[in-house]
Design a protein around this ligand. Sequence first.
Ligand SMILES: [Zn+2]
Length: 254
Amino acid sequence: MTDGKSEQLAKAGRFSIRYGEDVIAYALRLQPQRQASSVAIHVESSGRVLVDAPVGATQTAVAQAVKKRASWIAQHVAEAKARLEHVRQREYTSGESVHYLGRRYRLRVKVDPASASSCRLRGGYLEVSVQRRAIQDVQAVMAAWLRHRAGEVLRERLDTIARRLRWVAVPPPMRLQWMRVQWGSCSPRGRITLHPALVQAPRDCIDYVVLHELCHLASHDHSPKFYRLLDRHMPGWRAVKSRLDGMAEELLRQ
Ligand SMILES: [Zn+2]
């Protein structure tokens, strides 16, 4: 313990430990407000490992904390990499499939330097016209189109369903936001946030999410009262929800 070398104070920067065959690399940050001896480890969605330690922690203590959770870290890094792999599959080229209101369309990319970019459904195709052949351009045009459609479709479903519910006097304000872990949320002040990618899901799935959030206007938590309302207005919601859960990864692919 008194060995000067092993008691070296930790400094911020990049480090690594060996874990079986693997090397776990991590970025160490020092936080003055952190309690002595508490080390926090996060794995970002990119797979980057961040370690937060108090100022004054020793290099050995930090490495030990990382080692102790090495299997957890390795698992989360592997998951993040697998997710990225999946995301990379979308290339925004003709022939790829795109969902809209639960239907599968084929993407058709046209390059026309002379006309403004556009996006529209035509037969079984989602036709995207761009001025140059660049993935970012196709992605941006498609994302803008989906967001626009989401604004119209989700607002309409929200208004229609809200009108049927006794506890909703006026359809609540709505906004669209790309969220990491949920399709919708309801603020304490009654504003409903919906994920724009929800417009790709089948209509009953959209209605389930909208109804779920509207039920939160009557009951803010997932109380028995909340589930009674949900059951009454959509008796088959559990099956609809599990169908939506099964599609999530596909619909959230960018
Ligand atoms: Zn909820």
